[in-house]
Design a protein around this ligand. Structure first.
Ligand SMILES: [Zn+2]
Length: 433
């Protein structure tokens, strides 16, 4: 309810304390307690959670808009500067969205007028409407997020663990809810918990944010990596990890295709079939892939001892895997590929955090097409997985490792940043040949 109520532009500058005090003063808290059958604390915690989510949502939206604006070649420097300035000040951003002029504090107003002064009337109008359009487009809306919000915060005084039971207070005095724990690891914890009602899995989950020790390893180098499917990780040091990944995927897709074909046969005969075998296999396959990915990442970290990992911004280089036999196989591999792509990036960042390794994203454009040693353009790709290529000057090279070196170098590239548009990158690279 709070999230839906406050996630609009009128609450862009929302502040937890202020809102809480307002609610208390107006005795609205009481109303909510009765209405939802909860304790006063829950109302406050729910408000706190919603407001932190809302603030995170706005800052994510601002980041997204910055990215789009920088990549748009039709927006000039002055306009970009102006839009970025507005995004920095929530009050100002809000006034733009509401089509209202506001009185800014003196110190800000001076800079604002200066930046605005660099724009013509036309540009000013255009910049504002562009910003409004982008905000409307990239802002989250409640119907998209509401499913995540079935949780409540409980503090230390509101719950207890006893005899494999989790006990928590209710709105009725002395009445305690008891839930038996089913998870394999349970131990008593202190501090705030999130209690989540998962309707799909039909269970209550207890979530707790814990602090872990960062494992320290001797770290020695800045490492560029190229993520791929045939080979999961190619490093700028020349080593590769997860080399047989493409084969594992092919095997899995073939197996799925077999089961699917059998099902189709049975259907053709008019027999009833269930999708259970198929979905179960899929689940097992995904678990297996995740373990292979984790293993490759751990191996890479142990071997390379990276201080910092430079990687591409999410994207994969296009690569060719062996031909598929039919449409079903092609489709299921596409699905699998995009899933693997997300997972690999997610696991990389997670494991890097665990070991205290910094990671940086760089612009992915054309990293695998130019020689990192002499800047010449590569010839065609060849080899079993199209992993080899040829430079007229340097001879045969592994294209994935070359890409990893390019990725590493791109971190310190003064001309190409994360937001440089694709076409411009090509121009710059061509000029370096
Ligand atoms: Zn070369």
């Amino acid at each position: 309810m709070f999230f839906n109520q406050f996630c609009g532009i009128n609450n862009l500058t929302i502040n937890f304390r202020k809102k809480r005090n307002n609610l208390r003063a107006a005795k609205t808290n009481k109303k909510y307690m009765e209405c939802f059958n909860v304790l006063d604390k829950h109302v406050t915690y729910a408000l706190f959670d919603s407001i932190s989510n809302i603030n995170a949502m706005w800052s994510n939206t601002a980041n997204k808009i910055r990215k789009i604006v920088s990549a748009n070649p039709n927006v000039n420097q002055a306009e970009q500067h102006f839009i970025f300035f507005i995004l920095k000040i929530p009050l100002l951003w809000q006034s733009v969205l509401r089509y209202r002029e506001i009185a800014l504090p003196k110190s800000i107003n001076k800079t604002y007028l200066q930046i605005k002064g660099l724009l013509s009337k036309e540009q000013f109008k255009h910049a504002l409407s562009y910003l409004r359009r982008l905000t409307r487009r990239y802002k989250a809306y409640p119907h998209k997020v509401s499913i995540h919000n079935r949780s409540m915060t409980y503090d230390e005084n509101m719950y207890r663990f006893k005899n494999d039971e989790f006990r928590f207070t209710s709105q009725i005095s002395r009445k305690v809810f008891r839930v038996s724990l089913t998870g394999p690891w349970h131990y008593s914890v202190k501090g705030n918990l999130q209690i989540i009602l998962d309707r799909l899995k039909r269970r209550i989950e207890i979530h707790k944010l814990i602090q872990t020790h960062v494992k320290s390893l001797p770290k020695t180098q800045v490492l560029g990596i190229d993520k791929g499917l045939a080979t999961l990780i190619s490093c700028s040091s020349g080593n590769e990890y997860g080399q047989n990944f493409g084969e594992i995927i092919t095997k899995q897709v073939n197996k799925l295709a077999k089961i699917n074909a059998k099902r189709n046969q049975m259907r053709a005969k008019g027999l009833l079939t269930s999708a259970k075998r198929y979905t179960n296999l899929r689940k097992r396959q995904k678990a297996h892939l995740q373990s292979v990915i984790d293993y490759a990442i751990y191996q890479m970290i142990e071997q390379e001892k990276p201080l910092e990992i430079v990687k591409e911004d999410q994207t994969f280089t296009k690569e060719r895997l062996p031909k598929t036999k039919n449409r079903f196989q092609r489709r299921s591999r596409l699905l699998l590929n995009s899933w693997v792509k997300g997972l690999l990036n997610e696991r990389l960042e997670y494991i890097c955090d665990k070991f205290g390794i910094v990671y940086t994203d760089v612009n992915p454009a054309y990293t695998s097409q130019y020689c990192p040693y002499c800047n010449r353009k590569f010839g065609i790709r060849y080899g079993k997985h199209h992993e080899l290529t040829y430079c007229k000057n340097c001879g045969q090279l592994n294209a994935n490792i070359a890409a990893a070196i390019n990725i590493k170098n791109r971190k310190n590239d003064e001309e190409i940043n994360l937001y440089t548009p694709y076409k411009k990158v090509k121009k710059i690279l061509d000029s370096r040949i």
